[in-house]
Design a protein. Structure first.
Length: 153
């Protein structure tokens, strides 16, 4: 199966197009005809910001309702330049120092850990894993067991 080549509206290059329209409406048809797979993947990553800001629990929109879907369609159309306007503001804040403190960061922070004060807790009294109440319950149950037949009382 050969990839369709489209002149991507967002990236301005001839690139492989989408395999099928992403939506079953006019916007989906236009995206299929004018947007590349690469630009669509960028939109999917970008759209997470809108979902997290506007479509979460207790937020303004719910993606299962027509109003929530229209909100996302409008943001998509503005992102790809099909409609005039500005994208809605999101709560996304880029990291000041990219990569600092993330997994795979090779900086040595062992000295930072030792410089911090250890939390002060009251010393705990050692207890057997089975509490006294559980031991008492266990003993009562074991005393109630019937004797085996043939055993001396």
């Amino acid at each position: 199966m050969s990839d369709r080549i489209v002149h991507c509206r967002k990236l301005g290059k001839d690139l492989p197009g989408l395999a099928k329209p992403p939506y079953k409406n006019d916007l989906g048809r236009r995206l299929y005809e004018e947007v590349s797979k690469e630009a669509w993947a960028e939109w999917v990553k970008h759209s997470v910001r809108f979902v997290n800001t506007y479509c979460g629990p207790g937020s303004k929109y719910d993606l299962t309702t027509p109003a929530g879907q229209e909100f996302m369609f409008k943001q998509c159309a503005v992102y790809f330049g099909f409609e005039e306007g500005e994208e809605a503001q999101t709560a996304f804040v880029p990291a000041a120092d990219k990569g600092a403190g993330h997994a795979g960061d090779n900086t040595d922070r062992s000295s930072e850990l030792h410089e911090r004060e250890a939390p002060q807790h009251a010393p705990r009294r050692w207890r057997h894993p089975r509490s006294q109440r559980a031991r008492a319950r266990h003993c009562r149950v074991s005393l109630r067991r019937p004797l085996r037949s043939g055993a001396a009382p």
